[in-house]
Write a new protein. Structure first.
Length: 118
């Protein structure tokens, strides 16, 4: 059974940092691309960043230069380092994985809340 578990969310002041983790089990993590998404209250879920099996990454314009995605295949874990946080980053953050040949994400975590106070 595939499972993705996010952790590391919390309450932080604007300008602060958080590091989210996504622990994967039940799959060969190194064979999957991984992404982070977020959903703020009253808004649709949006793409934040993704990393492929080669380590190549891409970011939404809103987080470029502030967020960094990484992965440790030996630990079956992905990370999202978030710096210079803004109140508009407040959202429920989800990690997801997809097979490389697919565009659709196959598995999702339950989410971890990030709240940035002004």
């Amino acid at each position: 059974q595939v499972q993705l578990v996010e952790s590391g969310g919390g309450l932080v002041q604007a300008g602060g940092s958080l590091r989210l983790s996504c622990a994967a089990s039940g799959l060969t993590f190194s064979s999957y691309a991984m992404g982070w998404f977020r959903q703020a209250p009253g808004k649709e879920r949006e793409f934040v960043t993704a990393i492929g099996i080669s380590g190549r990454s891409n970011y939404a314009d809103s987080v470029k230069g502030r967020f960094t995605i990484s992965r440790d295949n030996a630990k079956n874990t992905g990370y999202l380092q978030m710096n210079s946080l803004k109140p508009e980053d407040t959202a429920l953050y989800y990690c997801a994985v997809r097979r490389v040949a697919q565009l659709k994400y196959d598995y999702w975590g339950q989410g971890t809340q990030v709240t940035v106070s002004s």
